[in-house]
Ligand binder design. Structure first.
Ligand SMILES: Cc1cc2nc3c(=O)[nH]c(=O)nc-3n(C[C@H](O)[C@H](O)[C@H](O)COP(=O)(O)O)c2cc1C
Length: 292
């Protein structure tokens, strides 16, 4: 089946899949594996100093001839992170390196990144922004973001206490904003992917779901622990839905779809084959899955 959505038309990827950004988990091999599997691989820029960032982009270009992008996570004021002392000028140095190296998809996240978006668009590149609240998606649209990822409260990573569920984000944002939406939070199987597309997304962002694959830089012990997560317990629920402006230490419920550590390509192929089978079971005869 050919997958055609507004997002994979912009990104020129085979599938409507975008890799998540991962602080402290740096591996261009992982990002290249995602691109080679048909999604949009993402290099999390802020994991590197400027020199390493440039050399990792160059290395990525030797590992894949498929599209990929970069993420710049802008740390909100007052939130401590690994790069909380960074100025706007510093963030822009990463942007310049990416543009110089021919990267044309630059994603930002976590906090207002209009100053980055402006520069990215001046350079004729695509700017996607990722945020946790629909009201931030509205601001990103106003600032000109070409696509917006909205993260539901089901997600792993950094949480905002005022997040809605992935379902509400998609169905409400679809009515409120024009740019294509990328769904993030709790997605990891074919039904989640198709559900997100049906609710208004043009692609999904995969975080937790891909962290237990072979190429993921998450250490082996953590992968094993994550695979044994029981998402049905009260402890897990409390750890995930903590409603505070801070990161979470547990994987998202998307971990429930992972049973073993497999190569990323195998995971993506299974996901997309299952999605195709489901679409066919709906008796849709089209050979092309096209979303308006
Ligand atoms: C270990 C880990 C680190 C993350 N680091 C970042 C980050 O630095 N910047 C960012 O924008 N999102 C970060 N995220 C969030 C992901 O990019 C993505 O939005 C989220 O994982 C999607 O939800 P899911 O895990 O349910 O797929 C992180 C997520 C995890 C699990």
């Amino acid at each position: 089946m050919i997958w055609r959505t507004k997002i994979n038309e912009i990104t020129k990827t085979r599938y409507p899949l975008v890799m998540a950004a991962f602080a402290r988990l740096s591996s261009v091999k992982f990002a290249a594996a995602f691109s080679n599997a048909g999604g949009l691989g993402i290099i999390t820029a802020m994991n590197y100093d400027l020199q390493d960032f440039k050399s990792e982009i160059i290395r990525m270009q030797t590992l894949t001839d498929k599209p990929f992008g970069i993420n710049i996570t802008v740390v909100p004021p007052g939130v401590s992170g690994i790069h909380d002392k960074i100025s706007q000028e510093d963030y822009l140095k990463y942007v310049e390196i990416a543009i110089d190296q021919g990267i044309n998809i630059i994603t930002t996240s976590a906090f207002q990144a209009n100053f980055i978006g402006k520069r990215v668009q001046e350079a004729g590149c695509h700017w996607f922004h990722k945020c946790a609240l629909i009201r931030h998606a509205l601001s990103a649209e106003k600032a000109g973001a070409e696509a917006i990822t909205i993260i539901g409260m089901e997600s792993a990573g950094f949480k905002n206490p005022y997040q809605h569920t992935t379902l509400m984000n998609l169905t409400v944002a679809k009515r409120l904003i024009k740019p294509p939406i990328i769904a993030a939070g709790g997605i990891g199987d074919a039904r989640g992917l198709l559900g997100a597309l049906a609710m208004g997304a043009s692609a999904v962002c995969l975080g937790t779901a891909i962290l237990c694959t072979e190429e993921s830089p998450l250490n082996q012990l953590m992968k094993e622990q994550w695979l044994h997560t029981d998402i049905l317990t009260e402890e897990y629920h409390k750890a995930l839905y903590h409603f505070a402006l801070k990161g979470t230490r547990v994987p998202s419920p998307a971990i429930a779809f992972q049973k073993e550590i497999v190569p990323l390509k195998e995971y993506v192929e299974k996901l997309m084959n299952e999605a195709e089978l489901i679409v066919k079971s709906w008796k849709i005869d089209e050979q092309e899955f096209r979303l308006s």
